[in-house]
Design a protein around this ligand. Sequence first.
Ligand code: CU
Length: 68
Amino acid sequence: MTHEFDVQNMTCGHCRGTVEKAIKAADPDAVATVDLATKKATVQTSLDPTVISEAIKNAGYPASYVQR
Ligand SMILES: [Cu+2]
C-alpha cells in the first residue's frame, strides 16, 4: 500500500534524510519519497501507516497521515 503523510518542520536536505532514515528504520522494505517543497512523504509499506507516522514524529518531525 502507498500512503501519504504531511510532514512538518522539514527545512533542508538533512531533515529530509532524517525523515527517510526514520521511515527505513521502521520498515526496511519501505519505498519512501520525501518531498521538501510540498512537505509530503509518500511511503510504500506493508505496515500500518500509524507506525510510519509515529516513526517520523519520533525523529522530530510531526507527521500526519493523509487519508486517501
Ligand atoms: Cu534540515
